[in-house]
Write a protein that binds this ligand. Structure first.
Ligand code: HEC
Ligand code: HEC
Ligand code: HEC
Ligand code: HEC
Length: 191
C-alpha cells in the first residue's frame, strides 16, 4: 500500500521526463480501455429489449411478439427488437435532447403511451418500417435468414414455390412477410 502511494506521488509530482515513457503509455492505455468499455456499455444498453420496452411496453408490440415463432421456437433462437429494427438514433438525436430536457422524454413517451394512442398511430409507424425494409432489401432479416442457406425441399409445400421465386429475384422479405412479429395494422383506420 505504502509503495503505491509513493508510486502515485512520484507519478503526479515528478516532471514527465522522469516518469518514464513506459508509465505514461501504460496509464494512457488503461484510460483508453476504460473509456472504450464505457462507450460500448452505453451502446449495448440502447440495444436491449428492456430499453425499447421502457417506452414501447404500454403497447402491444412485445406482447404480440411473444405469440410468434420469433420469440420461442424449437431451435431456441430469439429475435430481439433491435435484431429487426434499427434503434432510433438515440446517441445523436435523442440522448442529447433527453439530457437537455426531461420534458422531451415525456413527450416522446407520451406520444404512444396508451393502447388507444398507439393504435391511432400504428398504421403510420408500420408504414415507416415497411418503407425502411423496402429500401434496404430487408437487411435485418437477412442477418439470420439467407436465401443461399435455405433448403426449399424442407419447406412446407405452400412455401416452396413462393420462396424459390423470391430467392431468384433476391426479393425483400417484408414485401411478402408482414405482420410476422406484431399484428398488422387494420387497413384504412381513421383515428
Ligand atoms: C424514449 C422512448 C422510446 C424508446 C426508448 C424507444 N422508442 Fe421506439 N418510438 C418511440 C416513439 C414516441 C415512437 C413514435 C414516433 C412517431 O410518432 O413518429 C416510436 C416509434 C418506433 C417504431 C416505428 C417506426 C418509426 O421509426 O416510426 C419502431 C419500429 C420503434 N419505435 C422501435 C424501437 C426499438 C427497436 C427500440 C429499442 C432499440 C425503441 N423503439 C426504443 C419512443 C421510444
Ligand atoms: C435473430 C434472428 C432472426 C431475425 C433477425 C429474423 N428471423 Fe425470422 N426466424 C428466426 C428463427 C429462429 C425462426 C424459427 C425457425 C424455426 O422454425 O425453428 C424464424 C422464422 C421465420 C419465419 C417462418 C415462420 C413460420 O411460421 O414458420 C418467417 C416467415 C420469418 N422468420 C421471416 C422473417 C422476417 C421477414 C424477418 C425480418 C423482418 C425475420 N424473419 C428476422 C430468426 C430470425
Ligand atoms: C414473393 C413473396 C415472398 C418473399 C419475397 C419472401 N417470402 Fe418467405 N414465404 C412466402 C410465402 C407465400 C410463404 C408461405 C407462407 C405460409 O404458408 O404461411 C413463405 C414462407 C417462408 C418461411 C417458412 C418456410 C417453411 O418452413 O414452410 C420462411 C422461414 C420464410 N418464408 C422466410 C423468408 C425470408 C427470410 C425472406 C427474405 C430473405 C422471404 N421469406 C421472402 C413468400 C415470400
Ligand atoms: C422478427 C422481426 C421483428 C422483431 C423481433 C420485432 N419487430 Fe417490430 N416490426 C417488425 C415488422 C416487419 C414491422 C412492420 C409492421 C408489420 O409488418 O407488422 C414492425 C413494426 C413495429 C412497430 C410499428 C408499429 C406496428 O406495430 O406495426 C413498432 C413500434 C415495433 N415494430 C416495435 C418493436 C418492439 C418494441 C420490438 C421488441 C419487443 C419489436 N418491434 C420486435 C418486425 C419485428
Amino acid at each position: 500500500m505504502k509503495n503505491m502511494w509513493i508510486w502515485l506521488r512520484n507519478l503526479f509530482c515528478k516532471p514527465a521526463a522522469k516518469i518514464g515513457l513506459g508509465v505514461l503509455v501504460t496509464v494512457g492505455f488503461i484510460a483508453g480501455i476504460l473509456a472504450w468499455q464505457g462507450f460500448n456499455a452505453g451502446m449495448a444498453a440502447t440495444n436491449t429489449e428492456e430499453f425499447c420496452v421502457s417506452c414501447h411496453t404500454m403497447h402491444q408490440n412485445q406482447e404480440e411478439l411473444k405469440e410468434t415463432v420469433h420469440w420461442s421456437n424449437r431451435s431456441g433462437v430469439r429475435a430481439q427488437c433491435s435484431d429487426c429494427h434499427v434503434p432510433h438514433d438515440f446517441t445523436d438525436k435523442m440522448a442529447r435532447k433527453i439530457q437537455a430536457s426531461v420534458e422531451v422524454w415525456s413527450h416522446l413517451t407520451g406520444k404512444i403511451d396508451t393502447p388507444e394512442k398507439f393504435e391511432a398511430n400504428r398504421a403510420r409507424l408500420a408504414q415507416n418500417e415497411w418503407d425502411r425494409f423496402k429500401a434496404n432489401g430487408s437487411k435485418e432479416c437477412r442477418t439470420c435468414h439467407d436465401y443461399n442457406s435455405m433448403d426449399f425441399e424442407k419447406m412446407r409445400e405452400t412455401s416452396r414455390e413462393a420462396m424459390r421465386g423470391a430467392a431468384e429475384r433476391n426479393q425483400s422479405c417484408v414485401d411478402c412477410h408482414q405482420g410476422i412479429a406484431h399484428k398488422k395494422p387494420a387497413k384504412n383506420r381513421h383515428p
